[in-house]
Write a protein that binds this ligand. Structure first.
Ligand code: GLA
Length: 393
């Protein structure tokens, strides 16, 4: 009898414990991958596009530098069956999702899917509200690795409760799935989502028209404004829990090279998830070089997992720092002006945290050591561009 009670109690506490967590040891560095939304939105996404993107990721040097998730965003789902299970849009995905997951896995990549905490997704497809169990169960059955969970059509819902519910269902379904919270920063997820998801959007959507800054256009924000919105959030990020200033717009709508380089560099400095949103099958060599720059990706993927922070602000010229695991420090000079900026560096006068002794200065876009911190340097940062240094002992 005593033994029975002991086991009953044990099961009770274990199940309570199990119901109340996210999967640990996932996204220990910011997730890297590709998401269909910025280029294909609702109408353009289908099975062929996803397969070809997986091919491109595997064959064009993306997988090699760390990109791994292929995420289908909105519009893969069309209805629910009588048991509440999701029905796949067979016009777009005639072979079904499971075979697509297998295809992506066969390329050595991981697979991500999209749903919404409300009654409908943002594009009006069926949401998960009331069907969280069935959805989590089917994702696990399909061997999905990543879920982006949106926040449209959630009138009257509590964000913490809604995201926690899905976290628990995913956990119960038993397959480790990265949980990407997408409530656009409305409920300050950085304050509560550390134990709920692995990353959380901090803002509304990045402007896919690749506009730089100035304003919020409806729901769309230029990438430089997104940078400003990350200031102060650095203390909330770390391994397994990241601030997400949205996907990359590099390669979308002819973003100019200088801006693409600056945008990518800032996402690396911010330890932001690196989700490419361009068409990987046909891209310019310039965009390819930016998205696959190993020196920059190493900053982003640094195992210390520190989000970069602003240490100097001279109006339209800023200096950012990101501490790195081996004691190196990355420094980014960000010129937001429409003109070039010449800056005389006196290293000891910049407020760099943890700066001690002398460092070699490596220019990461040039991939060359250009000096040392015991002597002055003059840099010329082009308009809306960056210079990123790694200070090395
Ligand atoms: C919201 C999200 C976007 C995208 C669309 C899909 O706007 O923030 O990232 O997923 O929905 O409809």
């Amino acid at each position: 009898m005593k033994t029975r009670i002991f086991f009953l109690l044990l099961t009770f506490f274990l199940s309570k414990e199990m119901a109340a967590q996210k999967f640990d040891n996932l996204a220990m560095t910011p997730p890297m991958g590709w998401n269909s939304w910025n280029s294909f939105q609702c109408d353009g996404v289908n099975e062929t596009v996803i397969k070809e993107m997986a091919d491109a990721m595997a064959e064009k040097g993306f997988k090699e530098v760390g990109y791994e998730y292929i995420v289908i965003d909105d519009c893969w789902q069309i209805g629910r069956d009588e048991n509440g299970y999701i029905i796949v849009d067979k016009k777009k995905f005639p072979s079904g999702i499971k075979s697509l997951v297998d295809y992506v896995h066969s390329k050595g990549l991981k697979f991500g899917i999209y749903s919404d905490a409300g009654t409908k997704t943002c594009a009006g497809r069926p949401g998960s509200k009331g069907f969280e169990r069935q959805d989590a169960e089917i994702y696990a059955k399909w061997d999905v690795d990543y879920l982006k969970y949106d926040w449209c059509h959630t009138e009257g819902q509590d964000a913490i409760a809604s995201y926690t519910l899905m976290r628990d269902e995913l956990f119960k379904a038993g397959r480790p799935i990265v949980f990407s919270i997408c409530e656009w920063g409305e409920n300050k997820p950085w304050e509560w989502a550390k134990d709920v998801g692995h990353l959380w959007r901090t803002t509304l959507d990045i402007d896919m028209g690749a506009r730089y800054d100035g304003n919020i256009w409806g729901n769309l924000i230029g990438w430089a404004d997104l940078v400003d919105m990350q200031v102060g959030l650095e203390k909330y990020a770390g391994p397994g829990h990241w601030n997400d200033p949205d996907m990359l717009a590099v390669g979308n709508n002819n973003m100019p090279e200088n801006e693409a380089r600056a945008h990518f560099s800032m996402w690396c400095m911010l330890a932001a998830p690196l989700m490419a949103g361009n068409d990987l099958r046909e891209m310019t060599p310039v965009d390819h070089n930016i998205l696959t720059n190993k020196e920059l990706i190493a900053l982003n993927q640094d195992v210390l997992g520190k989000q970069g922070f602003k240490i100097e602000d001279f109006g339209n010229f800023e200096i950012w720092q990101k501490p790195l695991a081996n004691g190196d420090i990355s420094i980014c000079f960000f010129n937001r002006e429409t003109t070039n900026k010449t800056y005389e560096i006196e290293w000891a006068n910049i407020k760099i945290k943890g700066f001690e002794g002398n460092y070699q200065v490596k220019d990461l876009w040039k991939n060359a050591v250009v000096g040392a911190t015991d002597s002055k340097m003059s840099i010329d940062v082009p308009s809306r561009d960056v210079i990123v240094f790694r200070l090395m002992k």
